[in-house]
Design a protein around this ligand. Structure first.
Ligand SMILES: Nc1nc2c(ncn2[C@@H]2O[C@H](COP(=O)(O)OP(=O)(O)OP(=O)(O)O)[C@@H](O)[C@H]2O)c(=O)[nH]1
Length: 486
């Protein structure tokens, strides 16, 4: 009879243990494309695969920025909107293990650029969606749809993302007892999102239950807590469309929001080819105008104030354009262009008094264009560089005049780009909602991050392995030393 290899059994067990670790540490992935007005971004999220009730912590694994403009710019050649996404989708294939591709959900959400295109030319918008869908279906992921997000959804999912990443939603129950340090309205953080074509404000307020202006209410039950969120999306008040609003009109040529010495010939069509301003197109023969910078913060503020309408409000209180807004409450996270702009201007510290912030911005606006170019032109695209004075002034005016922040409440705003390595934006909240990753009731255990989950499982596996070796070791001498009686 063939003698048994004494190591055969241990090796089998080690392989089994490693196999078990491999199985329990499997990761689930999800992909969301944010088809914005200015560009498209692809995000890959990951979370522990095996967690019960989908309560594992979701993290951003990868971000890919699609080259070129947003999908709404491809109306003349819709197929190019689809083609533009290919390189990021290929990156996604490389970043997700092949065997997981068929079960990885793939979503695309389009925001204000496509909202405007739909208003302007609904069939062109359908063509763009068709082209995009064709490309997405050509990849081996589980395609879940490409759709236009309502402004309210964009605001609400941005709020969910910020509060989820900040651990402000979680309540944990243990044996029926719920414990958490702060929860509900007291801990939730408001979300301020500034895009290219729209801007969103979302927050919970003890003074808002949705009865006044119900269109602004979104109700959630998350981790055993009910929220009635106030949210509003202002179409045409993203920073690119707001620039057009502020530029339009016969006085636009000498522009106080651009640096002195800035001098560019621009096409009227490029400014007025948007439903936000098309009715303001001046009746002039010339196709171009010269855009000159004046570099004056105070005058720029006045121009920007004129794009907000404060004259009528049929509610108890309004922000602007007759839109209801309850009193501001709690902390706010300001992301997307809020962060890009204030970060460039070195003005993200909101503990600095607002007066000082304004003075610094005023000094920046007064800096001659030649000086700004000489200093930054190698690091920053010229288009962005030219617009920071306008954008910074727009942000402060929108916050203070539009949303009613004051010099006291300004410090409740934090400019954020990422929270725990995940970008702040609507995409994560959207995916969490569609994959049911946030349960309505509180889970029995706190959500683990993928890294901590792997660590726990690995430590347990090592412990098991050590126990196994100890047992084996205690048995080993007996087998070899005891005299055999045949
Ligand atoms: N300065 C600067 N601006 C940026 C950067 N990335 C994007 N932007 C601009 O910031 C604005 C907001 O960008 P996004 O948040 O991507 O907006 P979007 O999704 O295209 O727009 P919406 O469809 O309105 O949501 C746009 O005007 C962009 O051109 C950056 O890295 N630096």
């Amino acid at each position: 009879m063939k003698e048994k290899n004494p190591w055969h059994r241990p090796v089998t067990i080690i392989i089994t243990v490693i196999g078990v670790i491999a199985i329990v540490t499997l990761v689930t992935y999800g992909i969301v494309l944010d088809a914005g007005s200015s560009h498209t971004s692809l995000y890959i999220y990951q979370w522990p695969a095996e967690k019960d009730n989908n309560t594992g912590r979701v993290e951003q694994k990868h971000h890919c920025q699609v080259a070129g403009k947003g999908i709404s710019s491809y109306t003349a050649t819709p197929y190019k909107a689809g083609e533009s996404l290919i390189s990021c989708l290929k990156e996604a294939k490389e970043n997700i293990p092949q065997k997981m591709h068929p079960e990885t959900p793939l979503y695309l959400g389009a925001t204000a650029g496509m909202r405007l295109l739909k208003l302007e030319n609904s069939s062109a918008s359908d063509e763009v969606f068709k082209a995009v869908e064709k490309t997405l279906r050509g990849f081996p992921f589980s395609y879940q749809g490409a759709r236009l997000l309502a402004g309210q959804e964009e605001g609400a999912f941005g709020w969910v993302t910020v509060n989820y990443l900040d651990d402000r939603l979680t309540q944990v129950s243990m044996g029926g007892f719920k414990y958490t340090s702060v929860h509900g309205n007291e801990s939730a953080k408001g979300a301020l999102d500034l895009g290219g074509a729209s801007t969103q404000i979302s927050f919970v307020s003890d003074e808002y239950n949705g009865s006044e202006s119900p269109d602004n209410a979104v109700s959630f039950r998350l981790y055993g807590y009910d929220y009635t969120l106030y949210t509003h999306s202002f179409l045409c008040y993203g920073k690119d469309q707001a620039l057009r609003l502020a530029l339009s009109g016969p006085t636009a040529i000498m522009d106080p929001c651009f640096h002195k010495g800035y001098n560019e010939t621009k096409h009227y069509a490029a400014v007025y080819d948007s439903p936000c301003v098309s009715d303001q197109k001046p009746q002039i023969v010339s196709e171009t105008f010269i855009h000159l910078g004046g570099g004056n913060f105070t005058q720029c503020q006045e121009v920007i104030k004129s794009v907000f309408n404060f004259t009528s409000c049929r509610y108890s209180r309004c922000s602007f354009n007759g839109i209801f807004q309850p009193p501001l409450q709690g902390q706010f996270g300001a992301f997307s262009a809020y962060f890009f702009v204030m970060n460039f201007l070195n003005l993200t510290d909101t503990s600095v008094p607002l007066k000082t912030v304004m003075q610094k911005l005023s000094d920046y606006c007064a800096t001659p264009w030649t000086q700004v170019c000489a200093y930054f032109k190698h690091d920053i695209p010229l288009k962005y560089l030219a617009e920071y004075c306008f954008s910074g002034t727009y942000i402060l005016t929108l916050m203070m005049e539009g949303y009613n922040f004051t010099s006291e409440t300004y410090s409740s705003i934090k400019y954020i780009q990422k929270i725990k390595n995940s970008d702040a934006g609507w995409t994560l909240g959207y995916m969490l909602n569609l994959t049911n990753m946030i349960p309505a009731e509180a889970p029995d255990s706190p959500p683990l991050t993928y890294t901590s989950y792997v660590s726990v499982v690995t430590v347990m596996a090592i412990l098991l392995f050590v126990i196994f070796i100890l047992i084996l070791y205690s048995l080993w001498p007996k087998c070899n030393t005891e005299p055999k009686i045949i």
